[in-house]
Design a binder for this molecule. Sequence first.
Ligand code: EPU
Length: 429
Amino acid sequence: MEKIVIDGGVKLSGKVEISGMKNAAVAVIFATVAVNDVCVIENLPQISDVKLSLEMLRSIGARIKIVGKNAVEIDTRDLKNVAAPIAIARKMRASYYLAGASLARFGRTKVGLPGGCDFGSRPIDQHIKAFEALGAEVSIDGGYLEAETERGIHSANIFFDCVTVGATINTILASVLADGMTVIDNAAREPHVVDLANFLNYCGANITGAGTDVIKIKGVSRLHGCTYAIIPDMIEAGTFMAAAAATGGRLYINNIIPKHLEAITAKICEMGAEVEELDEAIIVSRKEPLCRANVKTLPYPGFPTDMNPQIAVLMCMANGVSQITETIWDGRFRYVDELRRMGAKIKVDGKQATIEGGENFSPANVRAVDLRAGAAMILAGLVCNGRTEIEDIHYIERGYDNIVSKLRLVGARIRKINIPDDIIESKSV
Ligand code: EPU
């Protein structure tokens, strides 16, 4: 088992390079199935969700070559539409994008039901509704999602009941080669939806409106390969912005798109940090004490749910009482118990957390209960005077590219240690 150990209390200072966005990378990797050609994908983050996505494609016959530090060539010409292994599918959420891409290419699919972080119920009814509208017969059996069409996918008008990133992306994928025009209403506007649409358009697709809540996909008869670079990860950038604000340091956060960070920038400025926007970078620093604020998570361009745990850490340090209202995930506040171990005063009532600020964190052994919860533990560890040890760091490695080395480069006293299995076994007897 590996742990992260942090000796906190250091103001971070220096330059951080932001990696490619996890949630765009996984969508684009699975989209190569619909492309049926050779694609080179650049600026891929080195994270386990990307490795799993590539492993899943390899298991169904894709040829994958590493062609640079963060680039792979994916050849999907000889793909077999065999059932994708359930064991890999359930380790991540994005595995269900294989369903949309396979439906487009083969008119049928069989994919293990997805896993991913546990935020309580994560229904896929909107994905199924869209696949059915596009002409597929869908069933869920033995842990698999199966969908079949008699004569391939046809176009449809789809109105989502809620704003969903996953179902928006799956519908774009499934309809990209359909006859006629598919229209998605109440579509998700997240930058990763736009990135996926841009990638497919580079490959010859005809998708308009991505980034708005009405997306139109005019089916094309075939796609062709291309070279495409994934956009920077706004949540990784937001996490480093929070790290600068939390430690009272100064970080030059490079390779970002400032527009994607507007909601995060506005909130941390309101809380007392200073933010300077450059073309492809942002400088975040803080000299004054943090002040209280309220946050409501919303689909893009609102404040992202994936920054809920990180902003909570700033609120624990702020003067006064802050509130977070979570509107996306029922189980988002699972990090609260872990922060309480470090002395945080947080009460949760349904969708709302009330945070009494002004306390210093105290050293503790904590767990990363999910990816962004793990990021919050790191932030709390960075400001805590004393040693914080974080277990279950495989969650963090699902979505943060080399976070330990990036933080060390800006002065953090943080390291990863390996605990031999026999020590863990003897402790648990
Ligand atoms: N929803 C439904 N039915 C559906 C699909 C979604 O009711 O068929 C609901 C969900 O229960 C939730 C809301 O719609 O309340 C939004 O879910 P969405 O489909 O947008 O989430 P997702 O696609 O499963 C992606 C990211 C998450 C991020 C959410 C929200 C990927 C691989 N994952 O999940 O990222 O929290 O959008 O922005 O893109 C993370 O990166 O840490 C992460 C969890």
